[in-house]
Ligand binder design. Structure first.
Ligand code: DOR
Ligand code: ZN
Length: 335
């Protein structure tokens, strides 16, 4: 049977939530990934060192059976330098949300005023703390990411020593932006390597494929595939796996988020094999992230096998992408 080995897979954008959801969900990623960048958009966003350290402890406690490093992030606010110096050791990045743009982002940034942001962003540059950004405006939903490009440019130009990660990019506009500035990087999800808007709302509406940013047009999908499959050195895998209880998805007013954590590596194998690029998957799913973030995860070997794997209907009360469907790769073992 055909096998494919991945070493130290990393998920550079992951939502784990808190409480019972965290306990149910964290082990699914901890099993097959060496580490993940943990999003701070809890109901009360993570903005203090105490909350961050305590949340990290809860994550580690939720996945006691596996080696797994939670790379913690703070929720962006205009922090002062002393605070950042104090917290720098505990964090891998700071995540910026425009206010109100997605789940639990009401306390995000409401104006991109460079003067106001400068002290924080200069301190982050000096301390080597990357800035991860949910890059969407509040414009027309299909244009939100493309409309955000001038803000990426403004930040990239003003803070050339700041590593800026364009999170979960979905458009050709973002792909084209990547090489314009040395300090811009990007994460790409697995669902955005598979879906266009047609898959979400072109037929019967698919709540479990609804997320922010929404999947875009075929030409956007092609642009994302082209840089992911070549494992462009400035892109990393970040699942943006975002669990919501089933009743919040299959409801009037569907929460945004696609839950992919337990099927991400299998799907990536499927995609990369389909385009005859399996040899590049290691770089996309770990090596680039190690270089960009300067992280060194402990050894973990994941063996995937080409055999049918039926995606469970649910993991506790969370429905995964492709529930009940059969994938062509399965995880055989993890050491
Ligand atoms: O679809 C999404 N879900 N996009 C985000 O940016 C946030 C996430 C969540 O936290 O549910
Ligand atoms: Zn996210």
């Amino acid at each position: 049977m055909k096998k494919h080995i991945l070493l130290m897979p990393l998920d550079m954008h992951l939502h784990l939530r808190d409480g019972v959801m965290l306990e149910n969900i964290a082990p699914l990623t901890a099993y097959s990934f060496s580490g993940a960048v943990i999003m701070p958009n809890l109901i009360s966003p993570i903005t203090t060192k105490e909350d961050l350290v305590a949340y990290k402890e809860r994550i580690v406690a939720a996945a006691p059976n596996d080696y797994f490093e939670p790379y913690m992030t703070l929720f962006y606010q205009n922090y002062d330098k002393n605070f950042l110096v104090d917290v720098a050791e505990e964090i891998t990045a700071i995540k910026l949300y425009p206010a109100g743009i997605t789940t639990n982002s009401d306390d995000g940034v409401s104006s991109f005023d460079i003067k106001e942001m400068r002290p924080t962003l200069e301190a982050m540059s000096q301390l080597g703390i990357p800035l991860c950004i949910h890059g969407e405006t509040d414009g027309f939903v299909m244009d939100r990411e493309a409309e955000f490009m001038p803000i990426y440019e403004l930040l990239a130009k003003n803070f050339p020593d700041l590593k800026i990660i364009m999170e979960h990019i979905t458009t050709k506009a973002a792909v084209d932006m990547l090489d314009k500035y040395d300090n811009l990087y990007a994460t790409i999800t697995v669902h955005h390597l598979l879906l266009t808007l047609d898959d979400v709302v072109g037929g019967m509406m698919q709540p479990h494929l609804f997320c922010k940013p929404i999947a875009k047009r075929p030409e956007d999908l092609d642009a994302l595939l082209s840089i992911a499959l070549e494992a462009h050195p400035k892109v990393m895998f970040g699942s943006d796996s975002a669990p919501h209880p089933c009743n919040k998805k299959e409801s009037c007013g569907c929460a945004a988020g696609v839950f992919t954590a337990p099927i991400a590596l299998q799907l990536l194998c499927e995609i990369f094999e389909q385009f005859d690029k399996l040899d590049n998957l290691q770089t996309f799913v770990s090596d680039n992230a190690q270089g960009i973030y300067g992280i060194c995860p402990e050894f973990k070997e994941v063996v995937l096998e080409k055999r049918p794997f039926v995606v469970p209907d649910a993991y506790s009360n969370v429905v995964p992408m492709y529930a009940g469907e059969t994938l062509s790769w399965a995880i055989e073992s993890v050491d």
